[in-house]
Design a protein around this ligand. Structure first.
Ligand code: NAD
Length: 289
């Protein structure tokens, strides 16, 4: 397949490389020269404009920072420039309303489009082990699966247009909440006189079981290996978690959902990021307790 890839940053760079490895012809565009150089080194053909990259392709994949950029790139340079036979896939994490707006504009112009945000960080993007949550019609999903498979551990059809972004915001709001809860429990155990390693051994086999405790233990030297063992470097940056929480809060407001713990988690990460900790892994909330 001929695939245009727009946005080859931390995530997109590795994803495009996996499409090349699977035998696809990948036509890359990014505003940053170093991203394009890396893409070229990974076997992509590089272009100086989005419009040039999308000429004659079978699919367009985007992995961009936010909804405003996605909206602009699709309306200015993809819709009306890629062939209408091309499947459009936006893998960025953006707000549900913008995802639906862009997909509606694409459908009006005759394209099939899906929102396909991912779970898994840079290591999963490089390793081709992302989980894709896909919103769109059954027919569009069937076509999307073939494009996403080389980058994926799992490709799941969430439902109609925008449903992938709904799944992503709910998943990451839940993740923030159980991460903060895990940090609080580990800190409380220690302060109240229980060895945190013992607490891990007990709670990881009890009803406190959750991914943050069992697989990503946020206290240094306790439980599973995680960025906590490396000064909270690498992993999932607190600034990105805050971005996802803000998307969830916007989604809660527009849908009328009540999310008191989600709101509180957002305030906690806001304070943490504003104090200059945006680059630290999101488990570093442990250090504030
Ligand atoms: P990044 O900043 O590393 O990459 C974004 C790339 O988009 C950059 O290379 C930038 O130059 C390029 N770009 C910006 N505007 C552009 C434009 N108008 N045209 C073309 N290229 C443009 O970000 P990332 O970490 O790769 O994240 C990308 C998306 O994936 C975000 O929506 C993010 O929320 C989501 N995501 C990230 C992670 C993660 O762990 N990093 C995990 C899951 C999802």
């Amino acid at each position: 397949m001929k695939i245009a890839f727009i946005g080859l940053g931390n995530m997109g760079g590795g994803m495009a490389a996996n499409l090349v490895k699977a035998g696809h012809q990948v036509r890359a565009f990014d505003l940053a020269a170093e991203a394009l150089d890396r893409a070229k080194g990974n076997g992509c053909e590089v272009f100086t404009t989005v419009q040039g990259a999308v000429q004659g392709v079978d699919a367009v994949v985007s992995m961009l920072p936010n909804g405003a950029i996605v909206e602009k790139v699709f309306s200015d340079d993809i819709i009306g420039h890629a062939p209408t036979s091309a499947l459009l896939l936006d893998c960025s994490t953006i707000d549900v309303a913008t995802a639906r707006l862009v997909e509606e504009a694409a459908a009006k112009a005759g394209y099939a489009m899906v929102d396909a945000p991912v779970s898994g960080g840079i290591a999963a993007a490089n390793g081709g082990t992302l989980t894709f949550m896909v919103g769109g019609t059954d027919a569009a999903f069937a076509r999307a699966e073939a494009v996403l498979q080389p980058m994926a551990k799992a490709v799941i059809h969430a439902g109609a247009s925008g449903s992938g972004q709904v799944a992503k915001m709910c998943n990451n709001m839940l993740l923030a909440i159980h991460m903060i809860g895990t940090c609080e429990a580990l800190a409380l155990a220690e302060k109240a006189g229980l060895d945190p390693q013992k607490f891990f051994e007990i709670s990881s086999k009890s009803t406190g079981y959750c991914w943050s405790l069992n697989d990503y233990t946020p206290a240094p030297g306790i439980g599973a290996a995680s960025p906590a063992d490396n000064g909270y470097q690498g992993g999932f940056a607190s600034a990105l978690m805050l971005k996802d929480l803000r998307l969830a809060m916007a989604g809660a407001q527009s849908s009328g959902a009540t999310v008191p713990l989600g709101k509180h988690a957002t305030e906690i990460y806001e304070k943490f990021v504003e104090a200059g900790n945006g680059g630290k892994d999101f488990g570093a909330i442990f250090t504030t307790l």
